[in-house]
Design a protein around this ligand. Structure first.
Ligand code: ATP
Ligand code: MG
Length: 579
């Protein structure tokens, strides 16, 4: 079944239902507008693909628009490198944003709103330390304590707020807080921080700002000013939603916008985060792996980043098909990596071009085939798609085959080569090993050459092509017509099923270990195996990221490191699930 069919037949998820209800009720003038709001502090990962698919997908589905908004309120961690990478990854996944926006576009508006809120007595500058503020927060069952600065004169707060942005106030000396309710059941209402001093230049606004707005004070208003109708995010933001709504209400009041609130406001809706076995998400953690040299950069094919999966040979369609399969719910789950890999396999089966590569080579000599003679065959590129055509492969007397396709003391059930056994060579003849002297060994007893005879007229379309044999069809490459290549076989980077929890528990049990120290015991030291292989010549014409299947071996792609003199292939995924 095609992906589009499964998607169409699937029932609507709760977000689609909600959007349709809002449309039916005529809310927001029947407009649908979403946004994808990454923080440019790292590369996008597979979790973001889930958010992207729903943010852009909802807009597409209901004739709306999805903007890309960089949530750039932490200048110390952010970089244009990440902005460019994020744009590239979204485009690769096949989505188009309406406008490219930045939270920093709204810094002046946010500042002006904060000033207005101070004037209305809804915000104040607190000069306590962060420890004091934390100590006053209370617990979910115990009310907090009000700051001694809570009721300071408006004029004082206004003056200090200006000072916070002057560059002369040390970070941590003052913050701007919303005056809400220190006894609220919702901890986020206990006078949340709106602004903090960083005194760091911002890559977009330069030295203009020294005090920067917090996420909670930024996100809702940006949504509102932009005209976002549906603000989709992950479940950890559920407790933030009342604050999101309150700040939007305040922004509307200050603007004198008297449209009915229920009719015209961004609605935050939360869905479950993608959480997969055997990988660790979160840009913060991924950055540690990059900085510690555990992987070779953000796009290392072992990374769960979009660019890592791209380099590994996953297709956007394969990734999105998996996202479609797991769906959107309101409870946390841990999805199996094997489900993801199986979606990738199904997708690659349709698009990968079949080639021959021998990854553990041993020589096979066809003793009755004349030396120096070459036959050329048309090999089908993709049995799943005739339009992909054919390419030519050469056959000659000396071939490379997989070592495991020959056994000297083969049991009866071994349907490959051995004394007296027959197999078909893919695209070519049936061959037969002699009963005696079917291989040559070196002084250590290792097989260095295998001997067989071809059975004439057994190629497709020839007189004996229908000859029945017990043996399987094996792949091969011609020794004089193949190229040596480097093959990079990747295994899981993490030894444990749930690295997120294991790392956290281990850190806690060992005095709050940080960064790589908390990760090391769970990292697979053998996540990359580099092998020498022989590939058919045609492989040299393939470009990085082309989808290939090394027949009987696995799905592969050409790596960026590949050159005509040194071909490099990445294993995308094995043909079958071996775990
Ligand atoms: P990270 O912790 O990896 O840095 P984040 O949540 O801080 O992730 P942002 O760049 O702030 O990442 O998030 C952009 C959007 O992607 C947000 O709407 C966020 O909810 C969503 N998102 C992040 N991680 C996941 C995930 N694992 N599954 C689904 N959506 C996610
Ligand atoms: Mg983040």
């Amino acid at each position: 079944m095609e992906l589009s069919e499964t998607v169409e037949k699937k029932s609507k998820n709760f977000i689609e239902t909600k959007v349709e209800e809002d449309l039916a009720a005529g809310k927001n003038g029947k407009r649908v507008q979403t946004r994808f709001p990454p923080e440019p502090n790292g590369y996008l990962h597979i979790g973001h693909a889930k958010a992207i698919a729903i943010d852009f997908g909802i807009a597409q589905q209901y004739g709306g628009v999805c903007n890309l908004r960089m949530d750039d309120t932490n200048p110390q961690k952010e970089d244009t490198e990440y902005v460019e990478a994020i744009k590239k990854d979204i485009e690769w996944l096949g989505f188009k944003w309406g406008k490219l926006l930045y939270a920093s576009d709204y810094f002046q508006q946010l500042w002006d709103l904060a000033v207005a809120l101070i004037k209305e007595g809804k915000a104040y500058v607190d000069e306590q330390t962060s420890e004091q503020i934390a100590a006053q927060k209370g617990t979910p069952t115990q009310p907090g304590v009000e700051s001694p600065y809570r009721n300071r004169p408006v004029e004082e707060s206004l003056r200090l707020f200006e000072e916070m942005n002057s560059g002369n106030v040390e970070p941590g000396k003052m913050v701007l807080r919303a005056k809400i309710d220190m006894a609220s059941d919702n901890m986020h209402f206990r006078d949340p921080i709106m602004y903090r001093v960083l005194n760091i230049p911002h890559w977009r606004t330069g030295n203009k700002w020294n005090a920067y707005p917090m996420y909670d004070y930024t996100h809702g208003q940006c949504d509102y000013w932009e005209g976002v109708t549906h603000s989709l995010c992950t479940l950890e933001f559920v407790p933030h939603r009342p604050l999101y709504d309150l700040f939007v209400d305040w922004a509307k009041e200050v603007a004198g916008d008297d449209q009915p609130l229920d009719d015209n406001r961004p609605r935050q809706t939360e869905f479950n985060k993608l959480n997969l076995t055997h990988i660790l998400l979160s840009k913060r953690n991924l950055l540690v792996l990059v900085n510690e040299g555990i992987v070779n950069g953000w796009d290392d094919p072992r990374m769960p980043t979009i660019c890592g999966y791209r380099r590994r040979g996953y297709s956007p369609e394969g990734i999105l098909s998996f996202i479609g399969k797991i769906g959107y719910t309101t409870f946390d789950a841990l999805n199996q990596m094997s489900l993801f890999e199986s979606a990738v396999r199904d997708d690659l089966n349709k698009r990968a071009l079949r080639v021959s590569a021998v990854v553990d080579p041993v020589k096979l000599v066809i003793t009755n085939f004349p030396e120096g003679e070459v036959e050329v065959y048309d090999a089908v590129n993709n049995p799943e798609n005739e339009a992909d055509g054919t390419h030519q492969i050469e056959f000659s007397r000396e071939l490379w085959i997989e070592r495991e396709d020959f056994m000297e003391d083969a049991p009866k059930k071994f349907f490959r080569l051995g004394p007296g056994k027959e197999v078909r060579l893919k695209n070519s003849y049936i061959i037969r090993c002699p009963e005696e002297n079917c291989c040559k060994k070196d002084e250590n007893g290792n097989i260095v050459e295998i001997y067989a005879e071809y059975v004439p007229e057994t190629k497709t379309g020839q007189a004996n092509s229908n000859m029945k044999i017990k043996g399987k069809t094996i792949h091969w490459v011609s020794c004089n017509h193949c190229i040596e290549a480097e093959v990079r076989n990747y295994d899981r980077l993490w030894l444990v099923e749930n690295p997120r929890d294991e790392v956290a528990n281990y850190s806690k049990a060992n005095g709050d270990l940080r960064g790589i120290e908390a990760m090391r015991p769970f990292l697979n030291p053998d996540s990359l195996e580099i092998k020498k292989a022989y590939v058919e010549k045609w492989c040299a014409t393939r470009k990085p990221l082309d989808y290939l299947q090394f027949q009987r071996i696995g799905y592969y792609t050409v790596d960026y490191d590949s050159t005509p003199d040194h071909l490099v292939f990445n294993r995308t995924v094995t043909l079958k699930d071996s775990k």
